[in-house]
Design a protein around this ligand. Structure first.
Ligand SMILES: O=C(O)C[C@H](O)C(=O)O
Ligand code: SF4
Length: 512
């Protein structure tokens, strides 16, 4: 039993990390069909669908961020939950060793990475008993960038663009609309939101996250909530935030709302935002043998993205200005770049995310960064038999977290370009203008697509920060990203934020 159970849990983890469920694929395909060829949104969606296909083929992580592995398990009365926990721990460790998960469990005080995804509070495993005779095991791998865009409202409140939100269904509607606006592209839109109405701060968020286990195609059995879900799907997509916050027709792939009772003084609306890399799956397990008897979320048509991806990419190539960059880059080269240009990078880039940025403010860089490119990325790495590092997954991380450091570091070391996703703020924009720098937006979650552009790992520094946070020296070929902030004071992110706020204002009047 225990051996079979371990295998079942391992398979659940690998499938969840590498293969998007059918309902999510259909929603992404529908989003893609709505975008006009040649737009940035179409180009991003082509990269996304290509990435989904590559993850299928390579059995490798769709996105490098394993997120917080969260298991929801229902067991018949009498099943030993301790054994299930042990099987999960074993499977998590194995999947991490095999490069299907990134080591993602970090000591909050020391910053030490446990290396195997086990540690205090990780993974999350929640049990419930039920009357059925089989085990239902579900897993969601919800990444950090989208988790950071979760939001909890306490009604009544005042919302930018929408005014007062009261303690009623219309107030709830305003909170949900606002939650989509505030996420912008930073949670790798187009996203799916789970909304929890009521409860306390803890159970409200739990309810919100629970909604993410619903199928995108289901119908809410509560008539009022069904109407709210439909309203949000129709109208949030008018905000024009679009894929990766580049503007476009689809901002939301799904909206699922649940409700529980509250206490008189509290009225929370909690929103769990999930990126397009919406990795959740489930299995039914025979309680006596530990074997998988059925995979969940398998209804309906399966979309494999092979043909569509290539077509869309061809069309985009004809419409945008493409520039090839190779480090070291000069200030003149940078000043020629404008928002909207597509840049192809060949040669070296260095990863740097949270720990590195903090480190560089008070320390020297381990390599000469003059004219170089920093990539906001925490990859999944594997060592081959000869002891050489190979990149298993390497998409961008959310750049805004480096806003307090970025401008200063670029000036201190002469860095000319940073690559990330979701854009950066006014401080970085001013530094780009003053110093002659550029911000390049890569497609969040496209970890296979970018891993394929990395031809070799030339070295690594600051490994004491752990695999995701170390400085990896990567040699790339044909690494494509879009200029979204240039050295002339232009920011696509600031523009989309402004225009989406204006659009949000149309939803001020009461609806429910
Ligand atoms: O941690 C990462 O690699 C990415 C993260 O999920 C993010 O979206 O910023
Ligand atoms: S990088 Fe984007 S796609 Fe990946 S987990 Fe973070 S938010 Fe999701």
């Amino acid at each position: 039993m225990i051996e079979a159970l371990k295998k079942s849990m391992y398979n659940l983890i690998v499938e969840t990390s590498t293969k998007l469920p059918k309902d999510v694929r259909r929603a992404i395909a529908a989003a893609k069909a709505k975008e006009n060829a040649g737009t940035r949104a179409a180009m991003s969606l082509a990269t996304i669908t290509n990435n989904i296909k590559m993850a299928d083929e390579n059995i490798s992580p769709i996105c490098q961020d394993t997120g917080m592995p969260t298991f929801k398990i229902k067991t018949p009365v009498g099943v030993n939950q301790i054994e299930i926990k042990k099987a999960i721990y074993w499977a998590i460790e194995e999947a991490t060793k095999d490069g299907k998960l990134r080591p993602n469990s970090v000591d909050s005080l020391t910053g030490a990475n446990s290396g195997d995804n086990l540690g205090a509070g990780t993974p999350v495993i929640k049990f419930e008993q039920w009357e059925n005779d089989y085990i239902d095991a579900r897993l969601i791998l919800k990444g950090g960038g989208c988790e950071n865009k979760n939001i909890q409202y306490s009604l009544p409140c005042e919302l930018e663009g929408l005014g007062r939100a009261g303690r009623d269904l219309d107030g709830i509607r305003k909170c949900v609309m606002h939650s989509v606006y505030q996420a912008q592209g930073q949670g790798c839109s187009a996203g799916v939101i789970g909304v929890g109405i009521g409860g306390d701060r803890t159970t409200g968020y739990e309810l919100a996250k629970e909604q993410l286990f619903r199928s995108l195609d289901d119908e809410n059995s509560n008539e009022q909530l069904k109407e709210l879900e439909e309203y949000v799907m129709e109208n949030a997509n008018k905000l024009g935030i679009g894929t990766m916050g580049f503007g476009g027709e689809t901002t939301l792939l799904g909206c699922k709302v649940g409700v529980i009772n509250r206490i008189p003084a509290s009225f929370f609306v909690s929103v769990a935002y999930n990126c397009w890399a919406y990795r959740r799956l489930g299995i039914k397990i025979n309680a006596a043998t530990g074997d998988v008897t059925e995979w969940l979320y398998q209804e309906g048509e399966e979309i494999d993205f092979s043909e569509q991806a290539e077509q869309a990419e061809d069309k985009v190539a004809n419409k945008t200005r493409e520039v090839v960059l190779q480090a070291p880059i000069t200030e003149e080269q940078i000043r020629e770049l404008k928002v909207g240009d597509v840049v192809t990078i060949n040669g070296m880039m260095y990863t740097g995310r949270d720990a590195i940025h903090k480190h560089l403010t008070t320390n020297d860089a381990p390599v000469d960064l003059d004219g170089q490119i920093i990539y906001h990325c925490g990859p999944v790495m594997l060592k081959d038999d000869a002891g050489n590092w190979k990149v298993a997954a390497a998409g961008p991380t959310t750049s805004i977290r480096e806003e307090p450091y970025q401008g200063d570091i670029m000036k201190k070391f002469g860095i000319r370009a940073v690559i990330g996703k979701g854009g950066m703020g006014p401080k970085t924009l001013a530094a780009l203008q003053e110093h002659g720098g550029v911000y390049l937006n890569a497609i969040g979650g496209a970890a296979q697509y970018y891993a394929d552009c990395i031809k070799s790992v030339e070295g690594v520094d600051l490994m004491q920060f752990g695999i995701p946070e170390a400085m990896w020296h990567l040699k790339v070929e044909g690494f494509t990203a879009v200029v979204t902030m240039d050295s002339h004071g232009n920011s696509l992110h600031a523009d989309v934020d402004k225009s989406s706020l204006e659009k949000l204002e149309q939803f001020k009047e009461p609806v429910f």
